[in-house]
Ligand binder design. Sequence first.
Ligand SMILES: NC(=O)c1ccc[n+]([C@@H]2O[C@H](COP(=O)([O-])OP(=O)(O)OC[C@H]3O[C@@H](n4cnc5c(N)ncnc54)[C@H](OP(=O)(O)O)[C@@H]3O)[C@@H](O)[C@H]2O)c1
Length: 283
Amino acid sequence: MPKKKNTASSLNKEKFLIIGAGNMGIAVIKSLFNHRISSKKIVVIEKNQSSELKKLKRSNNFEIKNSIDKINNLYQPTITLIAVKPNQLKTLNGLDKDNRLGNSIIVSVVAGKKIKDLNKVFKKTSGIVRAMTNTPVSVNMGTTIVYFERKIKTKQKKPIFDFMSLLGQVSETKKEDLIDDFTAIFGSGPAYIYLFINSLIEIANKSGFKNSDSMVLQTFLGSILLLLSGQKKPSDLQKKVTSKGGTTEAALSILASNKGLKSLLTRAVNKATKRSRELSKIS
Ligand SMILES: NC(=O)c1ccc[n+]([C@@H]2O[C@H](COP(=O)([O-])OP(=O)(O)OC[C@H]3O[C@@H](n4cnc5c(N)ncnc54)[C@H](OP(=O)(O)O)[C@@H]3O)[C@@H](O)[C@H]2O)c1
């Protein structure tokens, strides 16, 4: 887990511009406030303010404008988050024409948009970072990967790691292509886990349990906490539950067979990676 206190204090020097305050943008704004970043250092550009955004503004009193030219030009952001939908990226063309983003690193979470696409939209910046994350960001438990444009220097990376760490865990990739694999494994990952949970709930319901939902959730939560509480690997704990000739071994003879869960997940992830690459080409 990131060290929240140090992370936040290192971000006190930064000035943030958030472009697009939908699901993702709002999760970021909330986490900045949760880490006591001053409302004077957060400016938001959003065309259609949702009731959630308005509520957030009422309690934190930060600036929201519908375009960059409405922002006081003395406000020079150092970190700009781009959180619009992929098909809306083109609406940001020319945004940096007055050199408003010249001192800013651009962090794009826009799915499928490569550094070369982003460079066409943002021409005068301190550098561009692609970040991909997943839905648990809304509870600050996201898994994020970042890819830095080559011109970004090591010392410029620290505030970006700290910024994205507000939303959970962050790793760097030196290969931009790996973002498609990340999307297929970790971006879509929560859906795989929910499918697994739901399948067990349905099986438990069929067996006649009355509170299958909470029993299955507790089994997941307990297994994860048990794993995190020790130094053991998942495979060690799996072996520990599996006695010779017992019930778990009977189930694993199907789930862990050659055509079992790993093979099925590999096929699923490969198909998702292929789709992610296709979408990057057409988005
Ligand atoms: N949600 C996630 O967990 C997640 C995870 C990974 C990546 N992402 C990526 O993050 C991006 C945002 O996703 P989201 O779910 O937050 O989308 P969203 O809820 O649609 O939010 C985007 C917001 O940006 C606004 N907007 C569009 N163009 C604008 C402009 N030119 N100026 C100001 N505001 C503008 C949109 O307004 P309108 O009402 O006009 O559309 C909308 O409110 C996507 O590219 C997605 O791929 C999201």
